[in-house]
Design a protein around this ligand. Structure first.
Ligand SMILES: Nc1ncnc2c1ncn2[C@@H]1O[C@H](COP(=O)(O)OP(=O)(O)OP(=O)(O)O)[C@@H](O)[C@H]1O
Ligand SMILES: [Mg+2]
Length: 279
């Protein structure tokens, strides 16, 4: 069981993307206590969470519903202030949101007054990356199956389409750090697998640091180099695993299946121990 993660780890990706130098995330002693006015009580969502994520590394966080994953990601994004502890991005303390750290929310956060294309172009312009990217926007729209809906507004799309549009908007910008909170949650398995492949190919191409939250253990193994397991009440990182399988990964290989079993066992252990202590 590991509470924290050793700092200055060498990521296998550094050799794949030697140019990836920014996007180091460190979190030290993150604790978050929410005031629950409805219950006249407090709720501890996070307890002493430590992270050390290398530039260009792909890390997934898995854990049961309500264990504090979104809270952790929102703190890393600078949208939530920790009760104790701090987050550093490239050695600088995170005090608020910054385009250097892109976030895809569990629920989409598209601008309702802009079309799908408008949303992507606006994000690219804000990040000053618009020049020469028309072809890239076209390709992303194709990959996400949204070419026909490029000129539609968010309210004219299905939930899954909005989620895809939100994801490609973030991928288009390729920030130093991409924070993904269940970005594929509402999608059918076929679209989901296509987008997983697209996430890998853009990650390899751009070298952003990726932090992905997912309920789907297979998705975590398929995509990431390292998986952190969280236990609930209060949210803690209880375990960490490397994924020593080369890309592209085969979901039915014996390494993959073995790792899936280990993670499921650890998730179950995390849930049971938390019930023992809290109920
Ligand atoms: N703004 C808030 N005020 C009060 N409590 C909150 C707030 N945000 C989150 N919580 C509580 O903190 C705990 C962790 O919530 P969080 O959204 O981080 O969980 P999660 O792991 O992302 O869950 P899920 O997998 O269902 O998305 C929950 O018990 C939730 O009720
Ligand atoms: Mg969540």
């Amino acid at each position: 069981m590991t509470q924290g993660v050793a700092l200055n780890r060498q990521s296998p990706l550094n050799s794949m993307n030697p140019s990836a130098r920014s996007g180091r995330i460190q979190a030290v002693g993150l604790t978050k206590i929410f005031a629950r006015e409805d219950m006249n009580a407090t709720l501890q969502a996070l307890d002493n969470v430590n992270l050390a994520i290398e530039p260009g590394e792909f890390v997934s966080i898995v854990g049961t519903s309500g264990c504090g994953k979104s809270t952790l990601l929102r703190i890393v994004a600078g949208l939530e202030i920790p009760t104790r502890g701090e987050v550093l991005c490239d050695g600088k303390r995170v005090n608020g949101p910054d385009p250097q750290r892109g976030l895809v929310f569990q629920e989409h956060n598209l601008y309702p007054w802009l079309t799908v294309r408008g949303n992507i172009e606006f994000a690219l312009k804000s990040a000053k990356k618009f020049k020469g990217s028309q072809a890239f926007v076209k390709k992303l729209l194709e990959v996400a199956g949204l070419t026909e809906f490029a000129n539609s507004y968010p309210h004219q799309l299905s939930g899954g389409m909005r989620q895809r549009a939100s994801l490609i908007r973030a991928l288009a910008v390729a920030p130093d750090v991409l924070l993904l909170d269940e970005p594929l949650g509402a999608l059918d398995s076929f679209t989901r697998m296509n987008l997983q492949d697209e996430i890998i190919s853009l990650w390899k191409e751009r070298g952003s640091t990726m932090i992905l939250i997912t309920h789907d253990v297979d998705e975590a193994i398929y995509l990431s180099q390292r998986i952190l397991i969280m236990s609930p009440r209060p949210g803690r990182i209880t375990s960490e695993l490397q994924v020593p399988i080369s890309y592209p990964r085969n979901r039915s290989s014996s390494d993959f299946v073995q790792l899936r079993n280990v993670i499921l066992q650890r998730l179950n252990f995390a849930r049971e121990s938390s019930e023992e202590f809290n109920l």
